[in-house]
Structure formats: structure tokens, C-alpha cells
Design a protein around this ligand. Structure first.
Ligand code: ATP
Ligand code: MG
Length: 570
């Protein structure tokens, strides 16, 4: 597991080579191999699902490099599998990339824009004697690939001549054959130690409607074939992808070299894994379609939409991606690093107001009935520019149940029988009496207040050790508050599964709990998406389920910095 302390993380250093990819680019610029404005990257999502925080790592890397070196980054939809892809995902991905704060070079691109040229290059490979139509079944192709220790077997169709191959390929395109009748394969080496080089499939027949090209095509190119050529057509200099494509690099280079195209180069980096999360579109789809969560934007999901709805900011996500860096070794990053980044940003931007989540009534015996005082309180005592709001105070208040103890231990400085504490920005109060119901449960505290302590400090300089948040009961706005825990309690949800169970077995049943909260009136003024701090409780975001008659808040994270605990453990 990767654990980074804030002080040795790279933070927001700009320009300096922070990782091996940036170091390489910097060096190649120095050596004159590439001009800064020719530095060109791309982010190539397949539009078959929503983006997640792993994609954010790739987005920050690709767009970040282009920005830092003065180059360009394309957004290219890798839409070569018509069955799983849709315009819904295309739109959502563009929205998510923009929300993260990046803009792509010119208009979005699509691999399907290149279908004609990809087809022409395939004919060229055939004419060069470097590709052939194979009429074996998919099973036969699979079984003759060989193993890591044994070479594969040549297809009986490998010796077909150029004319026959061209004819078959053209008829594949014309729709004369059923799915699976033939494929187009590169003619490389069935004995290559790299399995990827054993006559990889370049095209397959698929009678399926494509979300952009409609019924124009019934053959579709494979990733390995289309990706490198698309990169070359766009003059991508640095094609960055995750480590599982390392073996594919040899094929990437072979295709571009054989076709004499722009020499784009592929560099691999480790994908992001995060504790308590699954980061694979396939698994995220399962969570959504099997209704383990409420949708793609469920605030417990590591999707960009989920994080956004929960209240994580783009700044926090970018900071996270910078801190975790880019390396060549797989690791699992602690999700508390993301929370640390979120806290850092929210601490600066979120106004601080008061809400009570687990209320205990307080009645001030010496405060006049029917009187309301409105206190002007700063929205952020560390940032006067955020302004202030007015908060009502009255005889009937609510405080947090946990802020009172009958028999407090030494370290407990909050309210207890006979004890005096400060109500934030308001008055000192002293607990006089405890009211219980028939079951003996404490239902109310009767307190007195000191009129000479207005604003929260006493005129005689008397000190109190505790300061509590509170709301005025008759003014409180009742709201729904959704509290989240990790969706998976264990670090790796896919480890140690009982027989026959998949990762969903490990879903934390306590990942969502809903409670009623009591808000000071100013909290009802914030729009959907606003982030606020509930004093002493944490950071919260106004959820889109909010209705005029009922506000809904998501807890983003607690206030406590868990870094110290993490650092101490490691
Ligand atoms: P998934 O496994 O979630 O389906 P994918 O790689 O199939 O991911 P793509 O849409 O093909 O999803 O990914 C677009 C880009 O994002 C690729 O360049 C891929 O390498 C990168 N990417 C995807 N997941 C991660 C991750 N966890 N960490 C870093 N980069 C990622
Ligand atoms: Mg993929």
C-alpha cells in the first residue's frame, strides 16, 4: 500500500519533473528530439461506462503534461466496440473531463472517424504480405496460439495469396459473411516469445449498429490495431497507457513501422488502485445494475459523478492525482489521501455554519420566552472575505447529545451537571437540572445563561473550557443527512472471497445511514452542490435530491485529519 505523508508528497510543485514520464519528456526536449509545442498526448476512453478516479489519474497526467510543456492533449473516444458503447457515455465523459478542469485540443475525436483510413491501411498491410484473412473459428485461433513456453501453430490459411486475402477482406466489409466467419490477422510470428505478436487479430466481423457510423460497417478494428494508428494520425508523441499494455507495445511499434506512419510511442504507467474501492468499469456497472448502489452518481462510488455528488471538488481530485504521482509499480493507494486533499481544499472554501445531528433539548430558564436575538457570525473566522450570516438565538435550543455527560471523565470539557460552557458566538450557559422521561432517558437540560457573556466571552474574564455548537429549536430547519462509510470495509474488496462469491460479497452494509439534522436557517439558503462545514461535525454538500420542503445533505468527510493516524501506523 502506498502511504504518502503530505510533506514528502510532491504537492503542487509546477514544472519540475515529478515522475519518470515528465523526466523523459524534459530530456527529449533538451536533446532536441521534440519541440515543446509538439508534445502531444491523448486521453482515450472507451465510451462504455462512466469515468472513475482511476481515469482521473490518466486525465491529470495527459492533460497536465500538455499544459505544463505547452503542447496539446486530444480527447479521443475509442469507440471500436459498437455493442457496448453509447452516446450517453460520450456526453457524460466530456462533461466529467470538463468538470475536472481540463479542455481538449479542438473538438473531441473518435476512432470511428478513422474507420475509412484504418480500412485502407489494412488493405495496405495485405498488399505488403503482412496480413491475411483467417477462416479458422475463434476457438481454433485461441487454441493454436501456444503458451508462454510453447510456440503457436500457423493457421492453415496463413499461406493465402495477396489477391485472395484482398478479395476476402473486401467481401468481409461488404457484409457477405456472418460474424466469426473470417478475421483479418497480422502476419508476424507464431513463435514469438511475446504472445501478442503471434499473428494478432486486426479486424473482426460484427453485424452491429454503431452509435456514430450506423450500419456503414460490419467489420470493426481491434484495439491494438486502431489505437496506434489513431495516435499516429493525430501525431501523438506520447501515448500513455496503463501497465497491462506493456506487451502490446511491440505490436504498436510493428504496425506503425510496417505502415511507415508517424512514430508515436507508447509509455506505460501503473493504474490507480484505491483502498475500499473497485476501479473497473465492469465492476462498477455490476454495482449499479444489480442495485447495490443508487446509480452511477451514488456518493459512495469512486466514479467522477459519485465523487462530485458527494462533494469532492475538482481541485481536491487534481491535488490527489498530483500527490500520488506516477510510477511503474502497481500499488494500492490509501483512500484517506483523497480525503486529506478534500479536507485541505474544503477547509479553505467551505463556509462554517451550525447544525445538530443528534439533538438534546436545552431550555434557558432565565432567558425571556418569545425573545429572539439574531447574532451576526462570520462564515469563516479564518477568511473575513467570506462574509457573515445572521443566526437566531432563543430560550429553546438544541445541542449535540454527545456534548453532554452525566459523569464526565477528566478530559471531557463539554457540558455536565453544574458545569459552564460557551455556546459558540452566543453566551455562556450553566447546566442546572436534568429532565428525564419515564424510561429514565435524559430528554432535556435546564440551563441558565449569563447575559454578560454576549458574543461568547464574559465581561469578568472568566474562562470556560468547552465551546459547543447549537441551533435555536423553533428556528431549526429539519433536513435529511446522509452519512457514508466506505463501500467496502476491507482494503482490497477482491481478496479472500469465500468460494462462489464475488466482490459484492464484501459490500459494507453500513455504508449509508440516513439521519435527521437540525440546521440553522442560513443553511437552507445554499444551492444544490454547495459545500459547507457543519461546525465540529464535518464537511457536507447539498444533494440534488433537495426539494423546497426537504433539504438533503451528504457528508463528504469528517473534520479530523486522519493523516497523523495513518503516518503513525506506517
Ligand atoms: P476499466 O478497467 O475501468 O474499464 P479501461 O482501461 O478499460 O478501464 P478506458 O475507457 O479504456 O477504460 O480507459 C481510458 C484511459 O484511462 C486508458 O488510457 C486507461 O489506461 C486509463 N485508465 C483506466 N483506468 C485507470 C486506472 N485505474 N488508473 C489509471 N489509468 C486508468
Ligand atoms: Mg479499456
Amino acid at each position: 500500500m502506498t502511504k504518502l505523508a503530505p510533506e514528502n508528497a510532491s504537492g503542487s510543485e509546477q514544472g519540475a519533473a515529478r515522475d519518470f514520464i515528465r523526466a523523459r519528456i524534459e530530456q527529449e526536449i533538451k536533446q532536441g528530439k521534440v519541440a515543446p509545442d509538439q508534445v502531444q498526448t491523448r486521453f482515450p476512453p472507451e465510451p462504455n461506462g462512466y469515468l472513475h478516479i482511476g481515469h482521473a489519474k490518466s486525465i491529470c497526467l495527459n492533460f497536465g503534461i500538455a499544459r505544463e510543456f505547452g503542447g496539446k492533449c486530444n480527447l479521443r473516444f475509442d469507440d471500436t466496440n459498437p455493442v457496448k458503447e453509447s452516446t450517453e457515455y460520450v456526453n457524460a465523459i466530456q462533461e466529467d473531463v470538463s468538470w475536472l478542469g481540463f479542455s481538449w485540443n479542438a473538438q473531441a475525436r473518435y476512432t470511428s472517424d478513422y474507420f475509412d483510413r484504418l480500412y485502407e491501411y489494412a488493405e495496405e498491410l495485405i498488399k505488403l504480405g503482412k496480413a491475411y484473412a483467417d477462416s479458422q473459428s475463434a476457438d481454433d485461433i485461441h487454441h493454436t496460439r501456444g503458451t508462454l513456453t510453447e510456440p503457436g501453430k500457423n493457421s492453415p490459411f496463413r499461406k493465402r495469396g495477396v489477391a485472395e486475402n484482398l478479395d476476402l477482406f473486401r467481401r468481409m466489409r461488404a457484409g457477405e459473411f456472418a460474424d466469426g466467419a473470417h478475421v483479418l490477422r497480422a502476419k508476424i510470428d507464431m513463435a514469438s516469445p511475446n504472445m501478442v505478436m503471434r499473428d494478432p487479430v486486426l479486424y473482426r466481423i460484427r453485424h452491429a449498429r454503431h452509435h456514430r457510423t450506423g450500419d456503414k460497417w460490419c467489420i470493426y478494428p481491434m484495439y491494438d490495431y486502431s489505437h496506434c494508428i489513431s495516435d499516429a494520425l493525430e501525431r501523438v508523441t506520447y501515448s500513455l497507457c496503463s501497465l497491462e499494455f506493456e506487451n502490446n507495445r511491440e505490436l504498436y511499434d510493428w504496425i506503425l513501422r510496417t505502415l511507415n506512419l508517424f512514430p508515436s510511442r507508447q509509455t506505460e504507467f501503473a493504474r490507480l488502485n484505491m483502498t475500499g474501492a473497485v476501479l473497473s468499469k465492469r465492476k462498477l456497472i455490476q454495482l449499479v445494475t444489480r442495485k447495490h448502489v443508487r446509480g452511477w452518481d451514488d456518493p459512495r462510488l469512486p466514479t467522477i459523478r459519485g465523487l462530485r455528488r458527494r462533494g469532492y471538488t475538482p481541485e481536491a481530485i487534481r491535488d490527489f492525482c498530483e500527490r500520488i504521482g506516477v510510477a511503474r509499480a502497481d500499488s494500492r493507494v490509501d483512500s484517506s489521501i483523497l480525503d486529506f486533499c478534500a479536507r485541505e481544499h474544503l477547509n479553505r472554501i467551505a463556509p462554517r455554519l451550525m447544525a445538530v445531528l443528534n439533538p438534546l433539548k436545552v431550555t434557558l430558564e432565565n432567558y425571556p420566552e418569545n425573545r429572539t436575538e439574531w447574532f451576526e457570525m462570520p462564515l469563516n473566522p479564518e477568511d473575513a472575505a467570506q462574509g457573515s450570516r445572521k443566526t437566531p438565538f432563543s430560550r429553546n435550543l438544541l445541542i449535540e447529545r454527545e456534548d453532554f455527560m452525566l459523569n464526565p471523565p477528566g478530559k471531557f470539557h463539554r457540558l455536565a451537571p453544574g458545569r459552564e460552557v460557551r455556546l459558540r458566538y452566543a453566551y455562556y450557559i450553566t447546566c442546572k437540572e436534568i429532565v428525564r422521561d419515564e424510561q429514565g432517558e435524559i430528554t432535556e437540560l435546564v440551563c441558565s445563561y449569563d447575559p454578560d457573556s454576549k458574543g461568547g466571552s464574559s465581561s469578568d474574564g472568566r474562562k470556560v473550557r468547552g465551546t459547543l455548537h447549537w441551533v435555536s429549536a423553533p428556528h431549526a430547519v429539519k433536513s435529511e443527512v446522509r452519512l457514508y462509510e466506505r463501500l467496502f470495509a476491507m482494503d482490497n474488496p477482491e481478496e479472500n472471497l469465500p468460494d462462489g462469491k464475488d466482490f459484492t460479497f464484501n459490500i459494507n452494509p453500513a455504508s449509508l445511514s440516513v439521519t435527521e439534522g437540525y440546521m440553522e436557517p442560513a443553511l437552507a439558503e445554499y444551492d444544490v452542490g454547495s459545500k459547507v462545514q457543519f461546525e465540529r461535525l464535518g464537511y457536507f454538500c447539498v444533494d440534488k435530491d433537495t426539494r423546497p420542503e426537504r433539504r438533503v445533505f451528504n457528508r463528504i468527510i469528517g473534520l479530523k485529519d486522519s493523516w497523523s493516524r495513518i503516518a503513525a501506523k506506517s
